[in-house]
Design a protein around this ligand. Structure first.
Ligand code: SAM
Length: 346
């Protein structure tokens, strides 16, 4: 087990200084939010101490929980001072430099900058849905330094999933780059030749992303693994089955899968429901594995950005995740690296 943990660590180390990278992301989101809320008039209004109710009334905000989270984040950072339940500025609030983090490709940097303009709207209860925009690039490209590939490799090395066979599902597959990469890993292991092949399924909530995943599957495999298109096409009966559906209500019967994989999906949905659903569709003896940016790796400002989106519940605690899987029948649970590579046996 120590060797598997070390292998997972080696993959994550390829990203170099995750804490520094996480700090850069946090600073970027914080700077964008301060800019947006300054335009809204927050810091002029809060030269006088204001209660959360006064702030909500003045600006017409309805989501008190989301407002509270911003006020708490700003008081933790001394952007606002909290005294006797009221919030005020401590003199002039300076703009922070909004430097796109190294980890973000230009598409994601622009997308997040645009989204920050919607913070006041979100406080008024209007979410954004960015999935359509996410079609223009995929997560593997959106984050630099092959971050998603490193996470995926870490999860596979930690869990030893490639030594298993049977039914496999990638829950929340996005535009399917990860699914194509995974198919290639099994192809290289000869898993589509043997009498006991791996059957891969992939599920995605967003219909457009699901369509892209299906249509681009062969070209992704070819690009990622350098496998000839004719070889890929000749194995069409072993290609993944792409399904549109919700991780919170998976459209599969109990104990259908030998392996359930999910990467960076739980914070976008009701994580407890989704976790328990993933355990439900897993066979006894099966493997549930993947990655999730648990607190505190995912900081407050990143979470607040995620919470802008329709359907997102935000970051989770590793301890909660561990409890949910145990409640759902896990016989063993283990995790590695601060990014949250996990492995659960049922
Ligand atoms: C950060 S992306 C990760 C994509 C992919 N797992 C990967 O590693 O490249 C998160 C994905 O989860 C999907 N998602 C969010 N909520 C979901 C839900 N309730 N059910 C299924 N997928 C969901 C999003 O549409 C998005 O494609």
């Amino acid at each position: 087990m120590m060797l598997k943990k070390a292998a997972a660590w080696r993959e994550i180390m390829k990203l170099g200084g995750m804490r520094k990278r996480s700090k850069e992301v946090r600073s970027y989101y914080r700077a964008l939010s301060v800019k947006s809320l300054r335009k809204e008039g927050w810091f002029d209004f809060m030269t006088i101490p204001r209660s959360i109710e006064e702030i909500a009334d003045h600006f017409g905000y309805v989501d008190m929980e989301f407002l509270r989270k911003y006020l708490e984040a700003y008081s933790n950072d001394k952007i606002l001072i909290k005294e006797e339940g009221k919030y005020r500025t401590n003199g002039i609030v300076e703009d922070f430099p909004a430097i796109p983090p190294d980890l973000f490709g230009p598409g994601l940097a622009q997308l997040t900058a645009d989204a920050a303009n919607n913070i006041p709207q979100r406080l008024k209860g209007n979410h954004i849905t960015f999935h359509d925009e996410m079609n223009v690039f995929n997560w593997d490209d959106a984050l630099s330094m092959k971050m998603y590939e490193c996470l995926r490799m870490a999860a596979f090395k930690f869990s030893d999933a490639l030594s298993r066979r049977g039914t496999f599902i990638d829950v929340g597959c996005g535009s399917g780059v990860g699914t194509a990469a995974i198919w290639g890993y099994y192809y290289k292991k000869g898993a589509f030749k043997s009498g006991d092949p791996v059957k891969i399924y992939a599920l995605e909530h967003d219909p457009n992303l699901k369509r892209i995943a299906e249509e681009e599957f062969a070209s992704y495999v070819s690009r990622l693994h350098g496998i000839d298109r004719t070889a890929i096409d000749s194995l069409s009966e072993h290609h993944p089955i792409f399904v549109q559906g919700n991780a919170e209500e998976l459209p599969f019967e109990d104990e259908f899968f030998d392996m359930v994989y999910t990467s960076q999906v739980l914070h976008w949905c009701d994580a407890e429901k989704a976790t328990k659903e993933m355990m439900r569709i897993l066979k006894p003896g099966g493997l549930f594995f993947g990655t999730e940016a648990f607190y505190p790796m995912m900081d407050q400002y990143t979470e607040l950005y995620i919470l802008m989106n329709e359907g997102a519940y935000g970051a989770i605690m590793k301890e909660d995740f561990m409890r949910w899987v145990r409640e759902a029948g896990a016989t063993s649970v283990d995790s590695a690296t601060p990014v949250g590579v996990f492995k659960v046996l049922k």
